[in-house]
Design a protein around this ligand. Structure first.
Ligand code: NAD
Length: 293
């Protein structure tokens, strides 16, 4: 069996094209452009790259971006004041605080200060809480999990009753992904560092989502034949062909698993592009003052 390669880049492009089209129509009707504020504290190179990509995508789609950078030694009060100002600014519909924040900053406190209606990352405790309750719809669902759901649905038309295993339980990827898939009636098992017999549990999965940050950890022997594998990991490792360079790898052994799974996301070009596309979709939804679909 050779797995279908799930083309996250192409699916993300379709989403972004729709967003650009809607923004064009909004412009024609004199409606304001959606506005996204990005907040960076410090000068972490990876964070700078992620933010640059997000800001570039805003420009491509007609979303106004407002970028704010504070020094690495910024104090909690300074960042809190900035968030309060952004909450009040009517030109700003979405607020994104690039994580991780420096150690002197209380991340949970900062994320809790963002107005839930502008929380396009979906990390505010109100939005996180509403995601965990089946009877409530959050204003925003975190971008990577939303993108993962779309990628899964591009292959599996109905995930109800499917056996899903999610490896990783972070607040930004693993846990909300598990909750979102559970809301869609999958039977979900969440695994983490303390999980016993991880390969055995993984072999149960019809859909295996891996978000650990450990290059090529999941081997083909962990994958049930015909399973759908979503690889969220982004790892930078030395290039075996030229150790002076680096390459990006996922959390799964793609080259082996492609012969066992029915479908798999590549790294790069799988989940990553979806995360940015959903951020844009959430920002547009914030401008509409509607809950996203
Ligand atoms: P994290 O470090 O916050 O969480 C990792 C989780 O994996 C933890 O719950 C931990 O218990 C679990 N874990 C780690 N090693 C394990 C092991 N050996 N066995 C079982 N469980 C293990 O990381 P995160 O923020 O959730 O990100 C995970 C990966 O996804 C990273 O590579 C990150 O770069 C990537 N990521 C990608 C996107 C994207 O858009 N593609 C977005 C966010 C994160």
């Amino acid at each position: 069996m050779t797995a279908t390669i799930i083309d996250g880049k192409a699916i993300a492009k379709r989403i972004k094209d729709e967003i650009a089209e809607e923004i064009k129509v909004r412009n024609q009707f004199g409606m304001p452009a959606p506005g996204l504020a990005t907040v960076l504290v410090g000068d972490d190179p990876a964070s700078q790259i992620y933010l640059r990509n997000k800001i570039r995508t805003c420009e491509q789609l007609g979303i106004r971006s407002f970028s704010y950078t504070l020094p690495a030694d910024a104090e909690q009060a300074e960042l809190e004041q900035l968030i309060r100002t952004l909450n009040e600014n009517p030109e700003i519909h979405g607020i994104l605080v690039q994580l991780p924040l420096p150690p002197q900053i209380d991340e949970y406190q900062i994320l809790s200060l963002i107005a839930p209606q502008k929380d396009v990352d979906g990390f505010h405790p109100i939005n996180a809480g509403m995601l965990s309750r089946k009877e409530s719809d959050p204003w925003f669902i975190p971008c990577t999990p939303s993108g993962i759901l779309i990628l899964v649905q591009s292959i599996v038309s109905d995930i109800a009753g499917k056996e899903v295993v999610v490896i990783g339980r972070s607040s930004i990827v693993g846990m909300p992904t598990a909750q979102l898939l559970c809301r869609n009636n999958a039977t979900v098992t969440i695994c983490h560092r303390q999980t016993q017999e991880l390969p055995k549990i993984c072999r149960r999965a019809d859909i295996l989502v891996v978000a650990v940050g450990n290059s090529r950890m999941v081997k083909s022997s962990w994958v049930k034949p015909g399973a759908v594998v979503i690889d969220v990991g982004i790892n930078r490792i030395p290039d075996p062909a030229d150790p002076s360079k680096t390459i990006l790898t996922g959390d799964t052994d793609f080259d082996e698993i492609v012969n066992v799974a029915s479908a798999i996301t590549p790294v790069p070009g799988g989940v990553g592009p979806m995360t940015i596309a959903i951020l844009m979709r959430n920002t547009l939804a914030a401008a509409r003052r509607e809950k996203p679909l």
